[in-house]
Design a protein around this ligand. Structure first.
Ligand SMILES: C[S@@+](CC[C@H](N)C(=O)[O-])C[C@H]1O[C@@H](n2cnc3c(N)ncnc32)[C@H](O)[C@@H]1O
Length: 356
């Protein structure tokens, strides 16, 4: 097997053939979004409008939307191609990395003893049921069951972002937008649900003097995140811990961050995570959350609710609808002194900033 180096910060597959297949999947995603997506929106919206004007009724349920639009061929085509491309990502990436499994596992073992930075994980970790039962994004085994899940997730999300995150551009871009606490003190930073560690390394690049931690429920994620940070020469500490019960001391961090974590946990866990972040932050410290916008049911056009439903049902996102329809700002206000629900107009996702 050949180590073919990196595309940006993503390790290339061992075979050109695998990269070529994944490049094709990426192309299909671009085509589906750019060419099929607008027709899907237009046909769906037209069908709903026609139904409204014929019946004089407002649409109140998703079941009704499905009944009205799903006979349009472009609706099923867009959904199927989208699902196919998601399956294609995991099939392609798994094939590429599984062929190198023994070598990559040995690599993770070797890096564990290397610095800068560190990694802690527990081979007997008890995963909570709400987490363990879901194959998020339909990645086989979800975030944790496959020991190569970190490698697979990183390359998979590179394809998912269709070229927009080859160099951690998403995490680096958001990190640059975040404020610092009002007194300017940034000594310790924690990234919750860090996955491949791309936000944690972005924090270390922005605040080189700070002690930076990334935690994640999944062992394969923190193991891979550590390997990546070592390759980048960045001193970041990774640990396998649940965001709702981290074991860090009270008042320890100046900044705590969570990028697209909250829509992947049930709302009762979301409240525990917010409470835990408030406990760990020092007075004046900030909690930054980049995640989907919240809305009341019926507040957005039916086609947007429908797209959310497709993502939730066919892309392993069972908790996303309850997060999207929850009052997350209200939850933050319960635990924090000050909350800005939309800190930056330069961000593609709402950035909530809560101050202790
Ligand atoms: C969508 S990914 C987050 C992406 C990541 N923040 C990034 O910068 O790419 C969600 C991550 O959160 C982790 N996770 C989910 N629930 C968790 C919890 N309760 N505590 C800690 N990590 C959790 C998952 O294992 C997964 O790696």
């Amino acid at each position: 097997m050949v180590d073919r180096g990196f595309l940006g910060t993503t390790p290339l597959a061992a075979e050109r053939d695998d990269d070529s297949y994944l490049d094709f999947v990426e192309g299909v995603r671009v085509f589906n979004a750019a060419q099929v997506g607008p027709v899907f929106q237009q046909k769906g919206t037209e069908a709903i409008e026609e139904y409204r004007s014929k019946t004089g009724r407002q649409i109140t349920s998703l079941a009704e939307v499905k009944q009205i639009i799903e006979h349009e061929p472009v609706i099923a085509t867009r959904n199927r191609v989208w699902r196919w491309s998601q399956e294609g990502i995991w099939n392609g990436v798994r094939e590429a990395y599984k062929a190198r499994e023994a070598e990559l596992l040995a690599e993770l073992d070797r890096y564990e003893k290397m610095g800068p930075g560190s990694v802690q994980w527990d081979p007997n970790f008890q995963y909570p049921e709400y987490f363990a039962k879901v194959d998020f994004h339909i990645q086989p085994g979800g975030y944790y069951a496959d020991p190569l899940a970190g490698y697979i997730y990183h390359y998979g999300t590179k394809v998912f972002f269709t070229g927009r995150n080859n160099n951690d551009d998403v995490q680096r871009g958001l990190c640059q937008l975040l404020p610092t606490p009002a007194d300017g003190q940034v000594r310790r930073i924690l990234d919750l649900g860090c996955s491949a560690g791309q936000f944690a390394t972005a924090f270390k690049e922005r605040f080189p003097q700070a002690e930076v931690w990334g935690i994640d429920a999944a062992a394969p994620m923190v193991r891979y995140a550590h390997k990546r940070a070592v390759d980048m020469g960045l001193e970041v500490h990774f640990a396998q811990r649940m965001a709702e019960n981290t074991g860090f001391p009270d008042n320890y961090f100046d900044i705590i961050n969570a990028f697209i974590l909250f829509h992947e946990v049930p709302t009762y866990i979301a409240e525990r995570i917010v409470a835990e972040a408030a406990r760990m932050l020092r007075p004046g410290g900030i909690f930054c959350v980049e995640d989907f916008a919240n809305r009341k049911l019926g507040e957005v056009p039916p086609m947007s609710e429908y797209s959310g439903f497709i993502d939730s049902t066919y892309n392993g996102e069972p908790y996303a609808p309850e997060f999207v329809h929850s009052d997350f700002t209200g939850l933050l206000k319960k635990y924090f002194r000050e909350v800005n629900p939309n800190y930056s107009d330069k961000s593609w996702l709402p950035i909530r900033v809560a101050t202790k």
